[in-house]
Design a protein around this ligand. Structure first.
Ligand code: FAS
Ligand code: PHB
Length: 407
């Protein structure tokens, strides 16, 4: 059919570009990879479907693991984080009619989490890439990956009226859950593992002072979370039905539900106010294996999705980029493929650890509709063990800060 991306490949007015690494997706994973490859003098081009303004308008993660904090500091992306971010010794859990718990990462691991939003990180990544003259192509449409299993893969895309072909050695699929990269791996090679939860998270942002600590709440009415972005910017969530729409939730209904799910003494300290952003995120656990096929490497949400209960999504994306950027540095600059060959295996070990703790915290803290009463008794006992056993508390805190990177 004339004009289809595939036909454009044969089109007469195709403009051809070339680079070493084609990065599909300009979210945190793609931008971080581009930034680090630049440091290693590895040529790369980022193809992002959306405009820069659209990418920066997304409200997502807010809590960084120590490993992500170190990456940002190591690559000179931490100036604003270190000035305005808030180091946190852990995250609280309040449970209806039971003692409170604190996931004390400082006590059990000697490490802190960092309250610093994904939006701010993406802003800093864009600023660094633009400062360094990156080849970052926004509004790249109809991205199609070609010959990913061959030695000379390539990508076609449109920008405006122009058709492009990008020749490369390696393709990094950083295009999120809905992007084309994962779908470029043949069905007989790709294995996927998925669990869809029967509820979502309704999140709001409000310009009001937050509670001191990030706090998860378990309540018979449903899960809630108190989070923050700055001294005057709060992020709150409530569990909602999977079928709910944002328009079903007025600000008044949201605040009434949130305050009902926290203990009254905490609720009395929650400052409410008009929402400046409100959205519903569906919850799923999803992993695609392998994360490599030929010269295509998947990273971030393109390869895995976790329910945000463990604050792992963004941190996992950075973990993948830690492994992939090292592998590409050794490949291009040392002519040594030991890390390239082990990328998928190493990344997936860390992915499954994060999927595991995110699933456990989601099971622990949410109300599951139509659940067998036996399962709820197990949940109540799981929490009782958490608040009475140092070994259980230490194990959760260790998983919460994220698995260490393998050498
Ligand atoms: P991203 O999805 O961020 O970026 C992928 C990029 O690829 C996007 O910019 C997209 O436009 C682009 N793309 C897609 N298709 C393309 C195509 N065909 N061509 C070119 N580009 C294409 N994580 C947490 O830790 N805590 C949270 O509270 C949290 N909340 C979330 C709420 C929502 C609604 C969502 C969707 C995710 C949330 N996450 C959270 C997870 C989120 O932070 C991701 O883990 C993180 O953005 C992963 O980064 P990337 O892998 O870069 O994927
Ligand atoms: C957030 O700050 O948005 C946040 C923090 C912790 C989570 C999920 C989201 O587990």
């Amino acid at each position: 059919m004339p004009g289809a991306a595939g036909d454009a490949v044969k089109g007469a007015c195709m403009k051809t570009l070339s680079t070493q690494v084609a990065i599909i997706g300009g979210g945190p994973a793609g931008l971080m990879l581009s930034h680090i490859l630049d440091r290693h003098k590895i040529a790369n081009v980022v193809l992002e479907r959306r405009s820069k303004a659209y990418v920066l308008s997304r409200i997502r993660a807010g809590l960084l693991e120590p490993g992500s904090v170190k990456m940002l500091r190591d690559y000179d992306l931490a100036e604003r984080m270190d000035a305005f971010g808030k180091a946190k010794n852990g995250t609280g859990i309040v449970w209806q009619n039971k003692p409170d718990h604190f996931i004390d990462s400082m006590k059990w691991t000697g490490q802190q989490m960092m309250a610093w939003g994904q939006t701010a990180i993406t802003e800093d990544l864009y600023a660094a890439r633009e400062r360094d003259g990156a080849q970052l192509i926004n509004e790249a449409e109809n991205v199609v990956l070609h010959d990913v299993a061959g030695d000379a893969p390539w990508v076609t895309f449109k920008q405006g009226e122009a058709d492009y072909r990008l020749d490369c050695n390696i393709i990094a699929g950083c295009d999120g859950y809905h992007g084309p990269s994962r779908r470029s791996i043949p069905d007989n090679i790709l294995k996927t593992f998925e669990l869809v939860y029967p509820f979502g998270w309704l999140g709001i942002m409000a310009e009001v002072p937050p509670l001191p600590d990030f706090t998860y709440a378990y309540h018979e009415r449903g899960f809630a979370l108190a989070a923050q972005r700055s001294a005057m910017l709060s992020r709150y969530y409530v569990q909602c039905d999977a079928s709910d729409r944002v328009e079903d939730w007025s600000d008044d209904r949201f605040w009434e539900e949130l305050l009902a799910r926290f203990p009254s003494d905490m609720a009395a300290n929650i400052t409410t106010g008009p929402s400046i952003e409100k959205s519903i995120a569906p919850l799923r656990s999803f992993v695609a294996e392998p994360m490599r096929y030929g010269n295509l490497f998947l990273a971030g949400d393109a390869a895995h999705i976790v329910p945000p209960t463990g604050a792992k999504g963004l941190n996992l994306a950075f973990g993948d980029i830690h492994y992939l950027s090292r592998a590409l540095d050794w490949h291009f600059n040392r002519k040594d493929d030991r890390y390239l060959e082990r990328f998928s295996e190493m990344a997936l070990r860390r992915v499954w650890s994060a999927v595991n703790v995110s699933w456990r915290l989601t099971k622990l803290l949410h109300i599951f509709p139509d659940e067998d009463p036996f399962d709820d008794k197990i949940r109540q006992n799981d929490y009782d063990q958490l608040v009475t056993s140092d070994a259980t508390a230490s194990a959760l805190a260790t998983a919460y800060v994220g698995a260490p990177f393998e050498d």
